[in-house]
Design a protein around this ligand. Structure first.
Ligand SMILES: [Zn+2]
Length: 1029
């Protein structure tokens, strides 16, 4: 039975692209460009001379050889693994030594390893099938963690091959004829390993009864090795079934299955029955990020226009045409891959099929061979006439905003977003107008300011200056002008620029103390109700004026008691009503909220509006203009220039036998089963979908999932974006464990925990997270890991770092123990509900790089033009060296931590000749100066790389000097492997998990002691199987 088009017979157009080791000529692998004026070679510093100067201060006690390489002697195990001699004779000895330490060997087994060095024997030792590499196949992927097994789709492929397709002709080599379903013997060996990684059985207790911290699974390593691999290789979406780690940049090549950037399944091989899934403790779910950013080298999503008839869809379940639908009766019927209904093909869409049932026009039709496509849709899909996106800036001009420099920063951000770095004196868009456009051509913008009154501005291009219209009665919101509120930012550049620049002055005399926020939002909604649009709203103090005024709810006394969770939500009917109306009108809101004196803003109430409408809150808890203006300005620019759609509806369909059981994210859903509604949705927003069984799946068939986002683009086109993802089905759960996606699992669990914040205490949630972790690991131990000695903690290969991420979750600002202002908790919880996998991964475990011992070549492009990144280090103070300097980035903040005894030479090289000690540095510095030193260029390049792989937050640096800056506390908080945030160290956590797994195996496991919270826990206990839902 062939379920979908035969990939074994892919046709010519893919020839060049299908071989990942020989990418097409347009493909340019990602690399952070060098800063202007910098050469990427070290030619200016022959023999590493540039670095030698720092050594004078650090010479004592260190080996002379290493001094050439670093500001500070690397400690074994965390030093840069690539020390490139590059023809320098005096380096050769060191290189040899490094080789002798086996460092190169470790890497050789990883993702990036040349196939010749890969320890094939290890894989062959398993009783798994051997993959034969067909001609023109994917040698480049030899080192990939495919577990030596057939792919998830092996069942169907095997069938296809048995129908006569020769594997050698296969463009998408998967497990070929050597794979026979049913012959897989999973012996006592655990599931497949990534070549070169430590064995799965992980001894937790050594002979001394101690755990060796070096032996426990390392998140940094789990990222660095694949990152190096994916600098050089594509990720082909059918050939490979386990997506790269979410924190790693990669170029996906869409082979009919959607790229993991759009959609990640927790299990890429699904157990046929609920019982089998339940035995794993794992959730079956999907993470969707429908408008995600693509990276250079990736094909843009094609847009297909079928005119008035619209895209072909299944008559029964309304699924959109996709690569997994099959054609029958000579092309006259198409069989739906979701519901198996045989549909008639309309005459307009007809194409004959070849003898194997493949449409002969398949390669000319993107919807038949790409996993993600976009369809233009006709009028019946419209809710209202689509127009270009209207952006409305609501600017707080009350006293606090003016006093703290927040208004200046917001104005700077707006101009930065609309006009970027182009010459501000050039007010004539002229012939170069198109080049200066930061927004799509059809987009329009409007500006409103507010304090106790709301001020609208006529920005018509011909005006000598903007005209203000005041809505002084905030009890009765209306829009005082009909024309000139929304304008083309290029045509009205002069009017807009002079108004925005003048705003801080204009209101400096007024200084009204209270902003009236809800009436302003209502007026903005009135202005956008006919078209929909996006609101960007700044706020610098609690809105205490007019209808919907707020007061300080968090008096700090409710910490830890039951009343606290009321502070995590809003009880304000008027705010809720406004939020609902916005979604209905296709309006979304991003807030830029500053608490200049650290005050309470009731983010639970205000942020509800952005949460429900699909927007976002950017929060500056202790806004200080000199430090935060750059971040604020860059974030306003990011929010305005990222891909944004509005008036969006989302629907997820899946194969018969499965059904959607829950959605987790920021959106409006009127009733369960209804489509999800978003006022706006943008590139950074993701949501989670959970599935349950509606019967038993047929292991001979694959399981299919399709997400469809109906939305209006910023340029005013109504479209549907479809992503299709397929997973194979198997009788037990063993195969599922081979293709489990750790990032998707963590992401789903984090979202669900976030959704429970309003009903459960934080302590309950933390306990539930612990229980869940034990369930999953014990489930694996019980069912799959065979006969390991009882003293070993056995971790599934593809969930090796799962426990660490879960520990990171319990230590996150959202869920951690101890005091935390409710504003900050609520902010992080809402953010978590819409984070994509990349941002989530970083949020749960930061990336840390040491700056003082960078290799000579680190932070520069290699001979292939790829940026050479240093290895990251574990988030533990035990890895911090005396005299060291570190970059710590969790995707939200980026700290530059400097040890008190850091070398003065390092400071000079990083910050400039006048900075010879820590005290002289500007504590509010937010970016590095551009200097002509090697180190400065290295670090700026590394920061630029980090900036390219994160979520919605701008990357600016914040200094954390040991013993001097408050940010040091944040640094300590982020060292998630240590004992902090009222939680265990990583080592202790593993010991704790291990103990509970052993109890579970012995049938003696009791739930965590929660003294007196039996009722709440009973609620959770019922949620343990199959999943807490
Ligand atoms: Zn159907």
């Amino acid at each position: 039975m062939s379920q979908y088009p035969n990939y074994g017979q892919t046709q010519q157009p893919y020839q060049g692209q299908a071989n990942p080791s020989n990418p097409n000529p347009q493909f340019r692998p990602p690399v952070a460009p060098s800063p202007g004026g910098y050469q990427q070679t070290s030619a200016a510093y022959p023999n590493g001379a540039s670095n030698q100067q720092y050594m004078q201060n650090n010479a004592q006690g260190f080996s002379g050889q290493q001094q050439d390489q670093s500001y500070f002697p690397p400690q074994q195990g965390i030093q840069p693994q690539q020390q490139h001699a590059m023809g320098q004779p005096d380096m050769a000895g060191l290189t040899n030594q490094m080789g002798g330490m086996g460092i190169g060997g470790e890497n050789a087994g990883g993702y990036g390893a040349p196939s010749a060095e890969r320890p094939r024997k290890k894989r062959d030792r398993h009783a798994h099938h051997t993959i034969e590499q067909p001609a023109g196949g994917s040698q480049a992927f030899d080192g990939m963690p495919q577990g030596g097994g057939g792919g998830p789709y092996a069942n169907q492929f095997a069938n296809q091959f048995s129908q006569g397709a020769a594997p050698a002709a296969n463009q998408f080599p998967v497990a070929a004829s050597s794979y026979a379903p049913g012959s897989t013997t999973i012996s006592t060996e655990p599931p497949p390993q990534q070549p070169g990684t430590p064995l799965v059985g992980m001894p937790v207790q050594s002979s001394q009864g101690r755990v060796d911290p070096e032996q426990i699974p390392s998140v940094p390593r789990s990222r660095d090795v694949p990152a190096a691999h994916f600098l050089e290789h594509l990720y082909p979406t059918i050939e490979q079934h386990l997506p790269p780690p979410a924190a790693v940049p990669f170029v996906a090549y869409d082979q009919g299955n959607a790229s993991p950037k759009f959609t990640r399944l927790t299990l890429n091989n699904i157990p046929a029955s609920n019982d089998h899934l339940a035995s794993t403790g794992l959730p079956l779910g999907l993470i969707l990020q429908p408008l995600t950013r693509l990276q250079e080298g990736e094909q843009p999503v094609p847009v297909i226009d079928y005119g008035d008839v619209g895209p072909p869809r299944c008559r029964r379940c309304r699924a959109y045409i996709n690569p997994f639908m099959t054609f029958r009766s000579g092309g006259n019927k198409f069989v739906c891959n979701m519901c198996t209904f045989p549909n008639d093909v309309t005459p307009e869409y007809f194409s004959p099929t070849d003898p194997s049932g493949i449409r002969i026009d398949r390669m000319q039709r993107p919807e038949l061979h790409l996993g993600t496509v976009e369809f233009m849709v006709p009028k019946e899909y419209w809710a209202k006439e689509p127009v270009g996106l209207r952006w409305l800036f609501l600017v707080d001009v009350s006293a606090e905003a003016i006093n703290r420099g927040f208004l200046d920063a917001v104005c700077e951000g707006i101009l930065n977003a609309l006009y970027g770095d182009s010459n501000p004196n050039d007010e004539d868009p002229g012939a170069n107008g198109a080049e200066k456009r930061k927004l799509p051509e059809e987009s329009r913008i409007g500006i409103v300011t507010y304090d106790r009154e709301v001020h609208f501005y006529n920005l018509r291009p011909g005006l000598s200056q903007a005209q203000m219209m005041v809505m002084s009665d905030v009890e009765d919101a209306f829009v005082p002008l009909s024309k000139g509120l929304f304008v083309d930012p290029v045509e009205s550049r002069k009017v807009i620029t002079s108004l925005v620049k003048e705003l801080p002055n204009m209101f400096s005399q007024v200084k009204s103390p209270d902003p009236a926020l809800l009436p302003t939002l209502d007026a903005a909604l009135a202005a956008l109700s006919k078209t929909g649009g996006k609101i960007i709203c700044s706020l610098a103090s609690l809105p205490t004026w007019g209808p919907g005024r707020l007061f300080v709810r968090d008096d700090g006394k409710m910490h830890g008691n039951d009343a606290e969770k009321r502070l995590f939500t809003t009880e304000h009917a008027e705010w809720k009503r406004t939020a609902n109306k916005m979604v209905e009108s296709g309006v979304g809101v991003d807030f830029f909220m500053a608490a200049p004196s650290g005050g309470y803003l009731d983010i639970a109430t205000i942020g509800h509006v952005s949460g429900l409408t699909g927007g976002e809150v950017y929060y500056y808890p202790n806004f200080h203009a000199p430090r935060d203006t750059l971040k604020l300005s860059n974030e306003i620019k990011h929010t305005v220039t990222r891909e944004t759609g509005y008036q969006a509806l989302m629907k997820v369909r899946c194969s018969n036998g499965l059904q959607v059981s829950a959605y987790h994210g920021n959106f409006l859903q009127h009733t369960f089963g209804a489509d999800l509604e978003f006022g706006t949705i943008d590139a950074d927003k993701a949501l989670g979908v959970m599935f349950s069984y509606d019967g038993k799946l047929d292991p001979r068939l694959d399981a299919h999932f399709q997400s469809a986002l109906l939305y209006t683009t910023a340029n005013g086109e109504r479209r549907v974006r479809c992503s299709n993802i397929v997973a194979s089905v198997s009788d037990g759960a063993m195969e599922g464990m081979k293709f489990v996606d750790q990032d998707a699992v963590t992401n789903i669990i984090a979202r669900e925990a976030a959704s429970r914040m309003v009903e459960r205490s934080l302590k309950d949630i933390r306990n539930a997270l612990t229980e869940k972790t034990v369930d999953i690991l014990a489930g694996y131990r019980k069912n799959f890991s065979g006969s390991h000695p009882p003293g070993q903690l056995v971790l599934p290969e593809n969930l090796k770092e799962f426990s660490m991420y879960m520990l990171g979750l319990t230590k996150s600002r959202a869920f951690k123990g101890g005091r935390e202002p409710t504003d900050r908790r609520v902010h992080d919880v809402r953010m978590m509900k819409s984070m994509g996998p990349t941002e989530m991964s970083l949020y749960l475990y930061p990336r840390i790089y040491s700056v003082h011992n960078l290799g000579e070549q680190d932070g520069f492009a290699n001979e292939k033009g790829h940026l050479r990144m240093p290895n990251s280090i574990r988030a533990s103070f035990s890895k911090i060296e005396e005299g060291g300097a570190y970059i710590v980035d969790n995707g939200q903040v980026c700290l530059l931590w400097l040890h008190a005894q850091v070398s003065p030479n390092l400071l000079e090289d990083l910050f400039g000749p006048e900075y010879t000690d820590l005290q002289k540095l500007d504590p509010f510095m937010s970016q590095l100066p551009v200097l002509e030193t090697h180190l400065n260029a290295q670090v700026r390049n590394i920061l630029q790389y980090l900036e390219g792989t994160r979520g919605s937050k701008a990357l600016t640096i914040q200094l954390a000097r040991q013993g001097l800056d408050g940010a040091e506390y944040e640094f300590a908080r982020l060292l998630y492997e240590d004992r902090n945030n009222e939680a265990q160290s990583y080592v202790d956590w593993l010991v704790h998990l291990h103990r509970h797994i052993q109890l579970e195996l012995a049938g003696q496991r009791k739930k965590e002691d929660t003294s007196g919270e039996a009722t709440a826990l009973a609620g959770f206990a019922g949620l343990r199987a199959p999943y807490w839902n």
